[in-house]
Design a protein around this ligand. Sequence first.
Ligand SMILES: [Zn+2]
Ligand SMILES: [Zn+2]
Length: 246
Amino acid sequence: MILYMRLCLFSRVCLNGPLALCVVLSHTVGVRRSWMTAVAEDLDMLSERAGAFSELGRKTVAEWVSVVRDNPRRFRAALRKAKGERAVNSVQAWARTRRMAEVDAEYKCPSCVYTCSTRQQLATHAFTVHGVCRKMRAFTDTDHCPVCMQWFGTRTRVIVHLEEKSPRCRRVVLERFRQLPEDTVAVLDERGAEEARTLGRIGRRRHHADTRATRLAGPLMKEAFEAGLDHKSLLSTRLPKISASG
Ligand SMILES: [Zn+2]
Ligand SMILES: [Zn+2]
């Protein structure tokens, strides 16, 4: 259904929007998690699975735009027909949320043939088998992310943010920051482990915190701007939720 609505909107944009908008949008295909990437994936899936679309064949988004503009009725009719088709409605073909897509995603160990289905399993494997620790530990000595200025309350949650949630902040840290001295990291790790034990005793995970992440006031670093962060993008980026159960 999401998929159907998305393609209806796509056809409306193609028809009623100015051509320049279509051109701009078609340039965002391939950008991770962009709307047009989702549209392109939907169209690929339909031309693969839907009988109604098979005669139209596989096309690039730019070609799809001209198909819709040349003969909108035909496109809409094919779309409506495809909506009822069985192959399109199988579980694999659904428009999936990121979380659902992660459910049966496969995580591969870069050092051996081990595969698993969650990131946590992979991290455990990397630690127990290869002795790999979280790299961001060696860069983090604060309760807030030094790049985007989000305050997390604990260093552990900052590490989770850098390791898992924000590739953007991680890149800036790796490129611009110096590693902390080893003994400093050891002291911080020991303190973190102690906090984790305290939390464990009351049945909490180690990245538990009672407070929500908030954005600290203060100027962003020059490095953050150079990496493409600006105040506007910060305002539009939703804060990652780190909950007690997560
Ligand atoms: Zn491995
Ligand atoms: Zn950050």
